[in-house]
Design a protein around this ligand. Structure first.
Ligand SMILES: [Zn+2]
Length: 285
């Protein structure tokens, strides 16, 4: 668990710090003025471990937890908010995305567990194996499954389209698309990652991108070194540095922001992405 940031934004209360019932609903990013209906499901961001984020979609009564890196602190957080676990969503099998499942399921054994059917052997407790194109409903929100291999061979992302005025498009993309970066290619090719990023970048521009790690500043420092004349990247790096100095998460970003300033998203093909990935892997800036 990370220490409480001194200036956590609304909706980003770190685990273990919020007194009962005090965490504000809603998690509008800085500068967002979009009103959200009180009954609409909201996304909360919970920092965990070194640099993980766990996301909680909830409507004030029930909660869906995305990529629980840890268990007990999330159970405690949900109990403090008076929330009941409805479902878990896993994007891939790595321990910092599924490790909290046993504790959460011990507390709420009836919760559904959604994960890639192709990873049934590596993601235990699955009740609902999903494949590309699968659509289901949680807390009144439609959830669309996108297969996005590259980081792992069976990585999936979950896209929640906007269905009502004031609702935001949400994307939970695990370790595939990062703010300013992309996941390492542990089990996939650069071509697969290129296609996966293209699939995510094709979502509506306003879609909020909830990626699972706070890697943004390092990603943009590398990008600024790689593309020193790119003003959009320089501007974003300055904004992200200010956020981090204030202890504020840089997540969520948006699809529009990633299209504009993410070199991996901007790569024209797998070959260019492979060269960028190699450069980033070797970067010690
Ligand atoms: Zn991972």
């Amino acid at each position: 668990m990370t220490a409480a940031p001194p200036n956590a934004p609304q909706g980003a209360a770190p685990l273990g710090s919020a007194p009962p019932g005090s965490a504000p609903l809603g998690s509008a990013p800085p500068g967002s003025a979009a009103p959200v209906a009180p009954a609409a499901a909201q996304v909360e961001l919970l920092p965990a471990l070194q640099d993980n984020y766990i996301f909680v979609l909830h409507n004030g009564v029930e909660a869906v937890v995305v990529d629980p890196a840890v268990g007990e602190p999330v159970v405690a957080w949900l109990r403090r908010q008076g929330l009941r676990l409805n479902a878990l969503l896993h994007t891939h099998h790595h321990a910092d995305h599924i490790g909290g499942a046993p504790a959460l399921l011990a507390a709420w054994p009836e919760a559904r567990v959604y994960a890639a059917a192709a990873d049934r052997d590596r993601i235990p407790h699955q009740t609902d194996g999903v494949r590309h194109g699968k659509v289901f409903t949680l807390l009144g929100r439609q959830v669309r499954v996108l297969e996005v291999p590259g980081h792992t061979r069976a990585h999936v992302a979950y896209h929640l389209p906007a269905q009502a005025p004031g609702q935001r498009e949400e994307l939970f993309c695990g370790d595939t698309l990062f703010a300013g970066g992309c996941g390492r290619l542990f089990e996939g090719t650069a071509e697969q990652m290129h296609a996966s990023l293209a699939r995510l970048a094709a979502l509506p521009e306003a879609t909020r991108v909830w990626c699972a790690h706070e890697y943004t500043e390092g990603n943009l420092r590398w990008a600024a070194a790689e593309a020193p004349d790119d003003a959009a990247i320089a501007d974003r790096l300055a904004a992200v540095r200010a956020l981090r100095q204030a202890g504020t998460p840089t997540i969520p970003s948006t699809v529009a922001e990633e299209r504009r300033t993410n070199l991996f998203v901007r790569a024209r093909d797998g070959r260019e992405l492979a060269a960028l990935r190699e450069s980033k892997n070797d970067w010690r800036g």
